[in-house]
Design a binder for this molecule. Structure first.
Ligand SMILES: [Zn+2]
Length: 308
């Protein structure tokens, strides 16, 4: 494919038929290059993706960050325009772009929450160091959770993993708090309340999966379905776990109380099945626990690095 054709494809067609061709075009589009708006066929590209991520980070619900400018993104652009005093026409052009990239913390009349989000998203150096991470080891106290084949309990393993993750995060400069002590088993709502009271930036709950079929294996993550930051965090964490060679049981939207009632992005992870004899055995290996904790802390770090 010649450079000329590529150039022409981008400038004249915008959206083209062939899949490969389309991918090429989409990947080359930077936010601000084109006016983005709702039209048929739907506009798509990296610029749309970046716009969606940015709007979602600011609290405007642009829908799933899929790089396709659909009705949700249209609504979010209009809400953004209204909030920031740009003509509310749904056309994300130079005025809207300037508003999005040019906003400053001291801009008057901007809601405090949005300013804070913006401050975080605009600095390129945001990392875990600024975060207050709340870790929630599942079960505990009189509730062992699921018991594994060798008698080891979900509560023990979750506690062990959470402590190791806390060590990693604290070692990297993050502040870490737990929702409970080792001897406690607060109700889910109480765990969420504690996280909210602490004012955590992120909430991470640890559990293990279970199935009557001993062969069931793998890692899954869960996020509250209308929280896009949480969905992204769930994806980052899952990616790291899968990279360890653990079977991919995917990220799922769920309305678990700890996910729904926490005010910060919250994810529940189940890195393995305690009912699978091989996985239960690996979980009792300190080296494997260490690797898991590394993967979780890397996932959190990646989440912060990729903030739009
Ligand atoms: Zn559990």
């Amino acid at each position: 494919m010649s450079a000329f054709q590529q150039e022409r494809g981008i400038l004249v067609d915008g959206i083209v038929g062939s899949h490969t061709w389309g991918e090429l075009v989409e990947a080359s589009r930077r936010l601000g290059d084109f006016i983005l708006y709702l039209k048929q066929p739907l506009m798509r590209g990296d610029d749309v993706l970046k716009l969606q991520k940015r709007l979602n980070a600011l609290g405007f619900n642009a829908g799933r960050s899929d790089g396709i400018f659909g009705p949700d993104t249209d609504r979010a652009v209009r809400a953004f325009q209204k909030e920031y005093g740009v003509a509310e026409d749904g056309m994300f052009g130079s005025a809207s772009h300037a508003a999005l990239v040019g906003l400053r913390v001291d801009r008057p009349g901007t809601p405090a929450v949005l300013r804070e989000e913006l401050r975080r998203s605009e600095r390129g150096d945001v990392d875990l160091k600024e975060a207050l991470v709340v870790l929630d080891p599942g079960h505990g106290g009189g509730d062992p959770g699921i018991c594994g084949p060798a008698g080891i309990t979900e509560a023990e393993l979750c506690w062990e993993l959470a402590v190791r993750v806390a060590e990693r995060l604290a070692g990297g400069g993050a502040r870490v708090r737990f929702t409970r002590t080792e001897a406690e088993n607060p109700l889910a709502g109480e765990r969420a309340r504690r996280a909210n009271r602490i004012g955590g930036d992120l909430f991470l709950s640890f559990h293990l999966n279970a199935h009557e079929e001993q062969t069931a294996e793998g890692a899954s993550t869960y996020y509250f379905h209308s929280s896009y930051p949480a969905e992204r965090l769930a994806d980052e964490l899952l990616t790291e776990l899968i990279d360890l060679g653990i079977n991919n049981c995917r990220a799922h939207g769920r309305s678990y109380t700890v996910l729904k009632e926490t005010r910060m992005p919250a994810v529940l992870i189940e890195p393995a099945f305690i009912t699978n004899p091989d996985e239960a055995k690996r979980l009792q290996d300190p080296e494997f626990m260490k690797t898991l904790a590394d993967a979780v802390s890397t996932g959190l770090r990646r989440y912060y690095r990729h903030q739009p």
